[in-house]
Design a protein around this ligand. Structure first.
Ligand SMILES: [Zn+2]
Length: 299
C-alpha cells in the first residue's frame, strides 16, 4: 500500500502553539517501526501545481498566499503564522492527496499522512487550513480523466465547511460530513449530506448515523472514487472534539468506511485531517489504527 508523507517539510510555529505538528512525524515513525513497515511503500509526493490549485481556489488568493500578501486578519483566521515554508508544506500535503487518489485508483486504497484541510475556502483560509486538498485532488483526478464523480466522506469532527462551499454548485463532487453540531465552524455550510451529532455522542450513536450516511451518500453520489477524511478528533479525550468515541469506536468507524467502499467497488484515498487529543500519542494511535485498517481492507 502506498503511503505519502510530508512531515519532512517544516511547519514553523511558535512554542506552545496548539497545532499538534508533531503527530505527522510520530505517525510515520510508528509505521516504520511497526510490523507493517514491510507491507507499505512510504513516499514523498510531488507538490500540487499552481494549475491544480486554482481549480479549487481563487487565483488572487493563491497569488497573495504564495507571496506573503495576506492581511493580519486573514492570517489570524487560519490560526497559523504565515511563512514561505508553511505554504510549501501545504502544497506538498495537497500533492499527497492527489497522489493517494491516483494510487487508490490503481491499487484500491492509499493513504496521505496529511491533508484533510477542509476549512479552506476558495478565496480564504480558516481553522489551520490554507489549501483545500480534497477539492484540489478531486479536480486534478477529474482533469486527468481518471474519475468522473467523486465522493468526499468527511469524518473529521468539524464540518467540512470549506469543501462544501467550494463544490456547492458542482454536481460531480458529493460531500458527506458527519460532525459535532456544536463544534467549530459555528456557521455551517451546506454539504450534499450533513449529519450533525449532539455533544457527547458515543460509539453506538455515531456508528449508526455513519452507516446510514454512507449508504445514502453512496446510493446518491454515483462515485468512481472516495476521498476519506479520517479525523482523529471525534475521540472522547480530544481538546476540540465534544464527542465521546473511544479508540475502539474509531477503528470500527474506519472499518465501516473501508468495508462500505470495498462492497461498492470504490477505490479509496485516505487523508488524516484533525486530531487534538490531550496526549498526542492518543492521536497518533488513532491515525495508526486507520492505516492498519486501510491495509487490512486491501488484503
Ligand atoms: Zn477537525
Amino acid at each position: 500500500m502506498k503511503i505519502f508523507y510530508t512531515d519532512t517539510f517544516p511547519i514553523p510555529l511558535p512554542e506552545k502553539h496548539s497545532f499538534p505538528k508533531s503527530k505527522y512525524d510520530l505517525l510515520r515513525r510508528r509505521i516504520m517501526e511497526s510490523q507493517i513497515a514491510q507491507h507499505v511503500d512510504l513516499k514523498i509526493p510531488r507538490p500540487a501545481t499552481y494549475e491544480e490549485i486554482i481549480r479549487a481556489h481563487d487565483p488572487t488568493y493563491i497569488h497573495r498566499l504564495q507571496n506573503g500578501e495576506l492581511s493580519a486578519k486573514e492570517i489570524r483566521r487560519v490560526g497559523l503564522p504565515w511563512s514561505a515554508e508553511i505554504v510549501r508544506r501545504a502544497r506538498y500535503s495537497a500533492g499527497g492527496t492527489i497522489e493517494a487518489c491516483r494510487a487508490a485508483l490503481e491499487e484500491g486504497i492509499a493513504v496521505n499522512l496529511g491533508g484533510g484541510t477542509h476549512h479552506a475556502f476558495s478565496d480564504h483560509g480558516q481553522g489551520y487550513c490554507w489549501l483545500n486538498d480534497s477539492v484540489i485532488a478531486a479536480r486534478a483526478i477529474q482533469a486527468e480523466g481518471l474519475a468522473g464523480s467523486i465522493l468526499i466522506v468527511d469524518c473529521d469532527v468539524h464540518q467540512g465547511n470549506g469543501t462544501a462551499a467550494i463544490v456547492n454548485n458542482d454536481p460531480t463532487i458529493f460531500t458527506f460530513s458527519i460532525h459535532g453540531k456544536n463544534n467549530f465552524p459555528y456557521q455551517k455550510e451546506k454539504s450534499d449530506l450533513d449529519i450533525a451529532l449532539e455533544n457527547g455522542a458515543d460509539n453506538a450513536v455515531y456508528l449508526k448515523a455513519l452507516e446510514k450516511g454512507l449508504k445514502e451518500s453512496m446510493d446518491t453520489a454515483g462515485a468512481d472514487l472516495v476521498i476519506y477524511l479520517a479525523g482523529a478528533d471525534p475521540y472522547k479525550d480530544d481538546r476540540f472534539g465534544r464527542l465521546a468515541l473511544t479508540k475502539n469506536g474509531l477503528v470500527e468507524r474506519d472499518r465501516l468506511v473501508f468495508q462500505s467502499c470495498l462492497e461498492a467497488g470504490l477505490p479509496t484515498a485516505v487523508t488524516m485531517a484533525g486530531g487534538y487529543a490531550r496526549d498526542v500519542q492518543d492521536t497518533v494511535d488513532i491515525h495508526f489504527q486507520t492505516v492498519l485498517a486501510a491495509l487490512k481492507s486491501k488484503t
